[in-house]
Design a protein around this ligand. Sequence first.
Ligand code: PMP
Ligand code: GLN
Length: 375
Amino acid sequence: MTALATAAGAANLGQGFPDTDGPLWVREIARAAILDGANQYPPGRGIPELRSAIAAHQLRHYGITVDPESEVMVSAGATEALTATLLAFVGPGDEVVTLEPFYDSYAAAIAMSGAEHRTVPLRATADGFRLVEADLRAAMSARTRILLINSPHNPTGTVLRPDELRMIADAAQASDAIVVTDEVYEHLTFDGAVHTPLATLPGMAERTISISSAGKTFSLTGWKIGWATGPADLISHVLTVKQFLTYSGGAPLQPAIARALSDGDADIRELRDSLAERRDVLVAGLHTAGFPTSQTEGTYFVCADAKPFLTDATPDGDAFARALPELAGVACVPLSAFCAPGSEAARSVASWVRFTFVKDRSVLDTAIDRLRAFA
Ligand code: PMP
Ligand code: GLN
């Protein structure tokens, strides 16, 4: 979509990455670290300073206690931690359950592991895309080894609520599954929506691997500094796989992210407030252009139903999203890109597309003007 957007000179509300770089003071720390010699392999687990900052962050924000020596692992973005976790615990004969739509790397990493991918559709309701307990139960089986969830959720913007988290915890305990939680948008929630890490639910810390990264929190997506936290025995298996994926990386970036996690709460608040404002601008603009939207409580994204605009030439969200850069000068991503081909969830979101609002106000205004002219 980014290639199509560029070719058409479109306002790119497709791929989710900020067009404003993260805090200068954090980037300055990385610059100084490069000049000061942090340029050789860091420890595989990550530098002690960053592991301590991750542990302190988990305690300060969520009351979660993890030992920085044995229960924290730094990774090449959340993506590597997710892949290493899947490769560590599942293989042929095992099943991994995810929500659907799902972030695209999940299906690929599950396929690499040889395990089977089963999904739980999130259902479009007046209250946003929500989890239904019967769907979750239907997806679980005696072979479910991992329940992989994502909240705040890409692409729907859902922030899982206490009752939904409870359902997940109960299902995992009933199947004796490990829960892997992708929390990369943990700080990007709006209107008082609260991100609750699954590891804080009773009895869950011992079976949960929590994964996050600095990319979204500090608008530094290209740095690819992520982490996994959880029980020492589980983390040690993930580390074993990570050893042979990358071993280690990001030497000068790790001290900068350590400081950002310790001293960056004001920057996080500023980003969250500015994103909430930009979400409001985009949602209002989509409405004036005639798109129904789903409530978005977090992330970079709002989902819109393109049904009013579907034609014989663009009969579904996929065709619509491919044509929109040429037709209207705006790029988005179809929700089908986050679904297994032919699945029930794919059918139910066939007319839906995702727009990102993590762009400069001027880009959002241009996109809205163009969508209104097109509609
Ligand atoms: N999970 C989700 C839900 C994401 O949206 C992203 C970023 N696109 C990632 C994981 C990957 O994070 P990272 O860039 O830290 O690897
Ligand atoms: N998280 C971003 C998205 O979903 C970008 C990541 C990617 O392009 N792989 O748009």
